[in-house]
Design a protein around this ligand. Structure first.
Ligand code: ZN
Length: 374
């Protein structure tokens, strides 16, 4: 069996969700003075990441796991029936705006069900011990989708649906979700804000998208107080800052919480060349961060780790960072070197913790000492 290998979930139908044309991510008319181009979240990103895994020789060392279509019942463990119907109806009507920055095509409803079901197939594989861990190269992403609304290129919240499924179907009591996408995981936060059975940690660029979300003071409510940990990082944070956040916040929080499964919302948009953010990571930083999460999962939950693809919008570089994440999770190291690394990984903002240190201090003051070490 392949219990020491990493699984990969990918389906070419993920590319059928058509985000159309835009000025970066804002809709404009075809005859607008702002000549539209492919939307920032075009299918090419995920397709190129999959091909890159093949070209570098990683793919042949992975276990490919088929996605499946999630049932409406599985989606409605997180989302309202009204929301599910709305996404379906917009798709059936030929597509259009399904919420806020959530362009849908006629295929979107079915593809979004397939992406969420891919995450569920990943849960099954990880919990069965069939593989060491799993990367779900899913599309569309999910972390901005709230229980009631499509947002930020997201329709159904893949990681939230997966966490609920792990609890309901497999009987897990505690699931941790780490979201390193550069944007705040507002949809995931909303799904579990008052729930102490799901620890949600988000690393993101402060005061970015969505507006007003992801402050340190947003820490959960009721019984969920302390089980939402937001780590807003200043623009320009690079590899060293992210790794410091993992060491100083994520690792102690996971050790304290003791999850039975760790799910990562893996958005590769904190890279130094992403068009939708202003961070400074390079592929080597993503590789190191993924390896740290694999090690942490070995330590706290028998290696049970499922990463689900979220954002990452540099057509050239986001796929390289995804390749590095899969290498880091799997321990595979192909002989190929990232051509961007010599300059992108060497920038002072990539190599030094810098202002991120004070930002992390504020999170530790709110959560770390009092909560992690009690
Ligand atoms: Zn993002």
């Amino acid at each position: 069996m392949a219990a020491n290998r990493t699984g990969l979930i990918y389906d070419s139908r993920f590319l059928e969700h058509d985000t159309g044309l835009a000025l970066v991510s804002t809709p404009v008319a075809a005859d607008s003075v702002w000549e539209p181009q492919l939307h920032a979240a075009s299918p090419h990103l995920v397709g190129r990441a999959y091909r890159l895994l093949g070209r570098t020789g990683v793919l042949s060392q992975l276990v490919e796991i088929p996605a499946r279509r999630a049932t409406v019942e599985e989606i409605e463990r997180v989302h309202t029936p009204q929301h599910v119907r709305h996404v379906r109806d917009v798709s059936l009507a030929g597509g259009g705006e399904a919420g806020e920055f959530a362009p849908a095509s006629p295929e979107t409803y079915e593809v979004a069900l397939l992406a969420a079901g891919g995450a569920l197939a990943g849960v099954d594989a990880v919990l069965a011990g069939a593989v060491r861990n799993v990367y779900g190269l899913l599309r569309p992403p999910g972390h901005h989708a709230t229980p009631e609304r499509a947002m930020g290129f997201c329709f159904f919240n893949n990681v939230a649906v997966a966490a609920r499924y792990a609890q309901d179907r497999h009987g897990l009591r505690r699931v941790a979700i780490l979201d390193w996408d550069v944007h705040h995981g507002n949809g995931t936060q909303a799904a579990f804000y008052d729930d102490p059975s799901v620890l949600f940690i988000s690393l993101h660029q402060e005061d970015w998208y969505p507006t007003g979300m992801g402050g340190v003071d947003q820490a959960g409510s009721g019984e969920g107080d302390g089980y939402t940990i937001n780590v807003p990082l200043p623009a320009g944070t690079g590899n060293a800052g992210y790794l410091a956040a993992i060491e100083r916040v994520v690792a102690p929080a996971l050790r304290r919480f003791g999850p039975e499964l760790i799910i990562v919302s893996a958005g590769q948009d904190p890279s130094g060349v992403d068009p939708l953010a202003r961070m400074a990571m390079s592929a080597s930083g993503f590789r190191a961060m993924a390896a740290m999460l694999a090690d942490l999962s070995d330590e706290v939950c028998g290696g049970r780790l499922l990463a689900c693809h979220e954002g990452g919008y540099s057509q050239g570089y986001a796929p390289v960072c995804t390749w590095a994440v899969v290498e880091g999770m799997s321990g595979i190291r192909t002989p190929h070197e990232d051509p961007q690394e010599p300059w992108l990984g060497a920038m002072p903002c990539a190599t030094e913790v810098g202002p991120a240190g004070a930002a992390i201090d504020r999170v530790v003051a709110r959560h770390g000492v009092q909560w992690v070490l009690d």
